[in-house]
Each structure stands twice: as C-alpha cells, then as structure tokens.
Ligand binder design. Structure first.
Ligand code: DX5
Ligand code: ZN
Length: 222
C-alpha cells in the first residue's frame, strides 16, 4: 500500500518563538494537518527547546493533532506530563531507551498515539518486534538537533523497508519523515512510502507556506 493521503506536520522548531500562538494559527490556516513539536533536552541532542508548558500554552491556538517528538533521554519521565499538556501523538527515540515496549505501553495507556523514531545510524529492522504496537514510526532523515539540514538519501531506504513490512504484515502504523523535507525531497519520501511529512524550514521560512503545503500534498503515488 502506498498512502493515498499525505499529511503535513509543520515543526515549530523553525517558528518565531516570540510569536508562537500566531505561528500555530498559521499552520492551520495554511492547510497543515498536525503541529509537530520538537522537544530537545541538550543531552540526547545538542540543542534545547520546549517543555510541557509550551504544549499546554499553545494547545488552545489550534484544534489540529499535536505531534510531540521527544529527542530526550529518559522519555518515560516526560510522557505523562506531555500527555496531560495536550499531546495527541508522543514519539520517543529507540536509541534513548532500554525498554521501548514499556514506554509504548505507557503512552498508549494514557490514551495517546505512540510513535518511535530512529536516527540515521539506526537500522529500521531494530523496530521489528514493536511494529504491531505502533501508531507512528518517525524516520529521521537528518541527524536530529537542528532545522535546515540536508536530507540523507539512504534514510529513505528505511522508509521503503518499513512500508514493505507494513504491507506484508498488515500493520497500521503511519510512516513520518523528519528533516530536510522540501519540494524536491517530498516526492522521493512519498514514493518510498511516507505518509507524514514533517516540515520545518520549508514551511516557516517560506513566503507562501500554503502553496508549499499544497505542492507537497499534490505529490501522490497511488
Ligand atoms: C530536527 C527536527 C525536525 C526539524 C526539521 O531535529 O526533529 O523536526 O525541525 O526541520 P527541517 O524541515 O528544516 O529540516
Ligand atoms: Zn521532529
């Protein structure tokens, strides 16, 4: 199966932090489907961003699903607080935990959608035992930490692999790609099997984010 409907998830990492409410409204106004929140702890990745209070405060600016991407060590300690703050999807990194299955169950136990992300150096088959439990697999297509980087093409092979396994075994998880997605790389990611395009700079630095989204969503391989 190749998705017939592509979702876009603008990442507020590239937004103007001094006007976050307006930036969230811009996502909905421009046809974005999810609000992607990059949580960085300065330890798992060399950058710092938001805590649960940010999610709580900006939640009221949009009814779109909030897609929280935890780039942190010890995600288990944060899941409950982000769930209470209004996250809909909570994604953590496979590389950050020992007991990934337990963390997935914790997220689902709070009534939230559970996702796992892998960095470019982690092979996708490492997720094999977890795929039946997941709502989302987020394939990092750059080394996480910063917006505005170039997509690493080999990461799209992982998208292809995950899409194939999903078809063979009838799994229902969505595949998201995160990092370096633009009008050039989006068609490649979609062709490989991605359902969700995370957009940072391509959305927030564009003079016309609405057309940006429309152009990327127009790229369907059905
Ligand atoms: C990177 C983040 C991404 C980032 C993408 O660590 O996880 O969500 O914001 O930004 P662009 O689209 O600019 O690569
Ligand atoms: Zn992200």
């Amino acid at each position: 199966m190749i998705s017939s409907r592509i979702l876009t998830a603008p990442s507020i990492l590239s937004a103007d932090f001094s006007r976050m409410g307006e930036e969230i409204e811009k996502i909905e106004r421009s046809g974005g489907d999810w609000v992607h929140v990059d949580v960085m702890d300065g330890c798992f990745v060399p950058n710092l961003t938001f805590g649960p209070k940010m999610v709580e405060d900006i939640r009221k600016y949009s009814t779109l699903p909030f897609d929280v991407h935890l780039m942190t060590v010890n995600p288990d300690q944060l899941v409950q607080r982000f769930a209470e703050a209004g996250a809909d999807y909570i994604t953590f990194h496979l590389e950050a935990v020992i007991h990934a299955h337990r963390t997935v169950m914790q997220i689902k136990g709070m009534g939230k959608k559970a996702g796992i992300s892998i960095v470019p150096s982690t092979p996708a088959f490492m997720l094999q035992e977890l795929l039946s439990e997941l709502d989302l697999v987020l394939v990092m297509t750059v080394n996480p930490g910063f917006g505005g980087q170039k997509l690493i093409p080999s990461c799209l092979e992982k998208v292809r692999y995950l899409n194939q396994v999903r078809q063979e075994r009838g799994h229902r998880f969505l595949i998201a790609v995160d990092g370096g997605i633009n009008q050039l790389t989006a068609p490649q990611a979609i062709e490989a099997g991605a359902d969700v395009l995370v957009l940072g700079s391509a959305f927030f630095l564009s003079p016309d984010p609405r057309s940006e989204i429309a152009a990327m969503k127009g790229t369907k391989f059905v």
